[in-house]
Design a protein around this ligand. Structure first.
Ligand code: HEC
Ligand code: HEC
Length: 361
């Protein structure tokens, strides 16, 4: 008799939990004001069915509450093995695309649409057969309805999957875009706009329009030329910033001809990552996760790189950025710079709840 009671209690309890969970997704979606295609893109981004063994989704590595990265030194792949590179955040990619930046640490892909299916088929990442994926999704009423709402017919195709994922990615806006739009709306004059949002010319203030904080000055002088705020805090370029690494970075794109200058000159160069939310998303940082904290990063720049010996540095003379040299900043200046980055590029990150049908898998 008492077993029966416990059983009934559990059934009611699990029903309650389910209702609560789905309610929280409904409430969340209402706050997001997603279009049908954006919500479909989120489902796909969060759905483990997109991987060959139904165990890993894009969101396993690009986690919303960790600033769309994973808090790991290097990503963990399909079979649980450690991959070669750290998972970058995916905030503000749409703005970077607009500025003609390319994607991945080595910039091997030129646009988000071409990128979207790559992790799905990559044997190390999600290892999925795309024909099977179409069959699997086409068997589900949830998806058929959603593709219909998003695209006008029930057809599920790779083109539509990629379009939806990109539509979702574009919702992860860069505050750089907001700053820009605000400035246009307010009709601020150009000088004021440049002073407040751009670090294009880091060592000068365009016109003295009042107080510029010490943190901002330090940032503009030493960092802003590469981490440009009007373009998602990145110049979209590739630099060797003096990290100790096995990964040859941008040179991989020119690997087919190792005698080519481009192959040699692009060794150890990686794409400048955005700094939005950098303190809140927490380390490790860099393409190889070699810097545990923001302070470690600052010390790296202050020391003019992370080389152990002068000889190690010499070996990089062809590729090392000329901006990587001893900065001689004091501890107090590093404190000021760290505080500036933490506050100025602040972003809050929240967990994204899942709709019921995605919780079941
Ligand atoms: C196993 C972990 C993992 C999974 C799963 C994963 N990613 Fe990534 N993602 C990474 C890593 C690692 C990189 C960097 C790889 C490189 O540069 O070669 C990356 C890079 C990216 C980039 C480029 C960002 C930039 O600034 O250049 C985008 C966009 C992206 N992923 C989107 C996705 C999407 C969409 C999915 C799902 C279809 C996905 N990722 C699945 C780990 C993952
Ligand atoms: C020469 C261009 C350049 C300059 C100058 C520069 N950076 Fe960077 N920054 C980069 C590149 C490129 C990377 C990625 C390097 C890699 O992983 O190989 C990076 C990475 C970072 C990261 C890690 C972000 C992440 O997601 O892993 C932080 C934080 C950072 N820089 C902050 C700064 C600060 C603070 C300064 C000024 C003291 C600065 N940078 C100056 C180009 C630059």
């Amino acid at each position: 008799m008492s077993y029966l009671r416990i059983f009934i209690f559990l059934v009611i309890f699990s029903f309650f939990i389910k209702v609560k969970a789905s309610n929280s997704y409904e409430t969340f979606v209402n706050t997001k004001k997603w279009t049908e295609i954006e919500e479909l893109g989120f489902w796909l981004f969060a759905d483990k069915r997109l991987s060959g063994n139904n165990k890993i989704s894009c969101m396993n590595c690009h986690q919303p509450s960790r600033g769309w990265s994973d808090g790991r030194e290097k990503a963990i792949g399909f079979k649980g093995e450690i991959l070669a590179l750290r998972t970058p955040t995916i905030i503000g990619l749409e703005l970077q695309e607009e500025f003609g930046h390319s994607f991945f640490w080595d910039g091997r892909v030129g646009d988000l649409y071409s990128q979207a299916l790559m992790p799905i088929v990559n044997p190390n990442e999600m290892n999925q057969n795309l024909d099977e994926l179409i069959i699997e999704l086409s068997d589900m009423e949830m998806y058929k309805n959603k593709f219909h709402k998003a695209f006008g017919t029930e057809v599920i195709s790779l083109d539509r999957i990629a379009q939806a994922i990109v539509a979702f990615e574009r919702t992860l806006k860069s505050p750089s875009r907001n700053l820009k739009e605000e400035a246009i709306v307010k009709n601020e004059n150009v000088v004021e706009f440049l002073n407040s949002t751009s670090n294009l010319l880091p060592s000068m203030n365009y016109v003295n329009i009042g107080h510029v904080s010490d943190g901002k000055k330090l940032f503009n002088k030493h960092c802003g030329i590469c981490h440009q705020s009007s373009t998602n805090l990145s110049d979209g370029n590739f630099h060797d910033i003096g990290l100790v690494t096995e990964d040859i970075g941008r040179a991989k794109v020119f690997e087919s001809n190792k005698k080519d200058f481009s192959y040699r000159l692009n060794q150890f160069k990686h794409k400048t990552p955005t700094l939005w939310g950098v303190a809140q998303r927490a380390g490790p940082y860099m393409h190889n996760g070699s810097k545990k904290s923001l302070r470690d990063v600052l010390e790296h720049y202050n020391n003019g790189g992370s080389f152990k010996t002068k000889n190690d540095r010499k070996k990089r003379l062809n590729t090392l950025s000329p901006l990587i040299r001893k900065l001689n900043l004091t501890n107090e200046e590093l404190d000021v710079l760290e505080q500036f980055i933490t506050e100025e590029f602040h972003m809050d990150f929240e967990a994204y709840p899942l709709p019921d049908f995605l919780q079941e898998i």
